[in-house]
Design a protein around this ligand. Structure first.
Ligand SMILES: C[S@@+](CC[C@H](N)C(=O)[O-])C[C@H]1O[C@@H](n2cnc3c(N)ncnc32)[C@H](O)[C@@H]1O
Length: 349
């Protein structure tokens, strides 16, 4: 039996739980979840399989709603405030890790814990270094997950199947000149879906892009900043400064009816607030018709059963892409800057 902790956005615990349950079952692993609303994490207890079996059979980047995860080593309760470190050091005797991370849930309670971790981290690291717990060649990272200053979980995640970001969260600075906060969604999507080595060719000047549902221009801003020429499709008004760059053509058209005149569009991005089935079908149409090379789009999920609905939409896309005779790559993630929506990346391969 092994226990895993999966981090997610607060309020998405049921989606995170349903998703891991589904993937584990598909991989022949059986277990059950404990998920409480707004806790910012889910516990998954595996009842068969060796320790860390889940890490071997399920890839974190295939999970939409999980940001980060670890497998439990030990749970420490009622830590003595005068010496919290000794029990941790004792529990880790003989273990080696490539790195250590001090974690907490992405909730208000978690934020309160984060100020405590700042005081705790230096003496803890000293003690663990003394015991040589950190070794460059080790294959897993140690997670010290704090519920509060007296209740701690120790766990590990494998270096080759985890997020390199603290808590699985990419923090980005809002660019002061961007027209809307949603600019960060597209910026985060570029970081998440596009390998840094591909940025010079895929996110560079001279490429053409189409932004469906562009107003006021937060997503267009990201494309313009990278030197692209953008057709911004929306009945609403676009930000004036953005229009003055000369890189944006604003077309007051229906994004579901718009068709590019030339076959020179690299990026299609779409943030229209519409039914996920409609947006998904539109994105597939663009890829199957070869109207663009790559697409990044949001699927809005205001319904209760988000995971189940998303699974149906994905199936609908897979069928349509198969019928369209296209070999493709589809990735989906509930990004940090997403709220009741997920971000998708679709391209031909
Ligand atoms: C969430 S906002 C987009 C925000 C934008 N991505 C940004 O970063 O500033 C959704 C936009 O989609 C537009 N929209 C909704 N349905 C549309 C349609 N059928 N055709 C074109 N635009 C549409 C709305 O007018 C609205 O401006």
């Amino acid at each position: 039996m092994s226990r895993y902790i999966l981090y997610c956005r607060a309020g998405f615990e049921k989606d995170c739980a349903n998703e891991i349950q589904h993937h584990a079952t598909e991989a022949g692993l059986f277990g059950f979840c404990r998920a409480k609303d707004n806790f910012g994490y889910v516990e998954f207890e595996l009842t068969n399989g060796e320790d860390s079996a889940l890490f071997k059979k399920v890839k974190l980047d295939k999970l939409v709603f999980t940001r980060q995860w670890f497998c439990l080593i030990e749970e420490l309760f009622d830590l003595d405030p005068s010496d919290r470190i000794s029990p941790i050091v004792k529990a880790l005797a003989g273990h080696e890790y490539a790195d250590i991370t001090l974690d907490y849930a992405d909730t208000n309670e978690g934020k309160a814990v984060s100020s405590f971790t700042k005081k705790f981290v230096v003496p803890l690291q000293k003690a663990l270094n003394k015991q040589k717990v950190v070794q460059n060649k080790a294959e897993a990272v140690l997670h010290i997950f704090l519920f509060n200053s007296q209740h701690i979980l120790l766990g590990f995640s494998p270096c080759n199947n985890r997020s390199d970001l603290h808590l699985g969260i990419r923090r980005l600075k809002f660019p002061a000149s961007a027209p809307s906060r949603s600019t960060l969604k597209l910026e985060e999507a570029f970081h998440y879906f596009i390998a840094k080595s591909d940025w010079p060719t895929k996110l560079s000047g001279g490429l053409n892009a189409v932004d469906l549902g562009a107003a006021p221009g937060g997503w267009t801003y990201q494309l313009v900043q990278r030197g692209m020429m953008v057709s911004a499709i929306d009945n609403g008004p676009m930000n004036k400064d953005l229009m003055e760059t000369g890189q944006v053509k604003h077309l007051r058209e229906d994004g579901f009816k718009y068709e590019p005149k030339k076959r020179n569009v690299h990026w299609l991005v779409c943030d229209m607030v519409e039914k996920p089935t409609r947006v998904a079908a539109l994105m597939v149409k663009w890829i199957v018709n070869d109207w663009c090379k790559e697409a990044i789009f949001n699927l809005k999920l205001p319904m209760k059963q988000r995971y189940q609905h998303l699974a149906q939409v994905v199936e609908q896309m897979e069928v349509a892409l198969y019928e369209g005779g296209v070999r493709y790559k589809l990735q989906i993630k509930h990004l940090y800057h997403d709220r009741e929506e997920v971000t998708c990346y679709l391209t031909r391969i």
